[in-house]
Design a binder for this molecule. Sequence first.
Ligand code: GDP
Ligand code: MN
Length: 392
Amino acid sequence: MNLHEYQSKFRFAEFGIPILKGKTASTPQEAYEAARELGCPVVVKAQVLVGGRGKAGGVKVARTPEQAEDHANAILGMKIKGLTVRKVLIDPAANIAQEIYLGITNDRAAGRPVIMASSEGGIEIEQVARENPDAIAREHIDPFLGLLDYQARNLASGINLPHEHWRVFSRIAANLYRCYLASDAVLAEINPLVITGENQLIALDGKMIIDDNALFRQPQLAEMRDTDAEPKEETLARAAGISYVKLNGQIGCMVNGAGLAMTTMDMTKLYGGDEIGPANFLDIGGGAQASKVAAALRIILDDANVKSVLFNIFGGITRCDEVARGILEALNEVPSSLPMVIRLVGTNSEEGRAIIDNANIPNLSSAATLTEAAKKAVEAARKALAADKGAQ
Ligand code: GDP
Ligand code: MN
């Protein structure tokens, strides 16, 4: 689960990391009030669960409360990487002398957390890693020992931090690690950590990702989930108990089992080449009921990129007749004329196929093997794409 900037920074502050304590606003009027209370200049910052807000015009400095109101008016409702801004953070403006990056994440290969610092703050760390990898200093953290003082000093020296800031920097690094651990985070990032004109270190931007599997023991963090701010289909999928990841292809895949779902994606890619591929990863899980299939189909059909749908169901605990009924039920609720290829094998597959065939729906076709199903779904998507191009 992603936290908003303001949630991350307020959490950082609880662990002793210096921030500029701002206020959130959901209307231009609230932004005006906040700016007046805080005192100008302020920065009006879009609160969306993606990075790169600055570049997208979602971070603006205001010299007066009226200007803060204007900026909020422009930023609220703005779309950044497909997500609508519903809240802004009004922060006292900082006088920036230098921007630094400081972040902690899990290094799966090393099997332990890694803390990273870079003198190239304010830029996404992935970009720095690509273009200027030497600018990143790293220390792996032994979970039994914690972050040791010399490691924090190694980071400070690795990014050529002026010596006068080393003590405060080390304290911030230690507190960030405490916050990371106590929050069951998989990422805790300050970008930028700034040195101000007054020679102070302040976390200007914050990002935290909390391990979903730990939310049961993090009720305070779980409560921070902002379902208004996350992609709608993710909220729907979670509520229905479906694993879903949106991708950029055209074939909506509905599969039971994560391994089978990945194989299905691979097969569409194999026959789809550069042009056609999976629109999503979707696992409805074992023992899927008709209602769950309907929920999954609704999520798939909501994606405007989807040109064909591929069902690949292996009936073990899941019964194919249940799935077949689910497909028909879903099509009743969300009628769609998209071509759909259905492959059902395993428990009650015959009954399942009979249900589909007897329904006599012209855009549904069945396939005996995954190869056949993938080829059919790719062909259908290719045709639809060609027709779209022809229509333009
Ligand atoms: P992001 O683009 O989503 O990472 O948003 P950030 O909060 O990191 O802001 C982007 C950039 O805006 C920062 O790297 C700064 O250069 C600038 N910025 C943010 N807050 C302030 C501020 O208070 N004063 C000044 N001068 N610049 C700021
Ligand atoms: Mn940032």
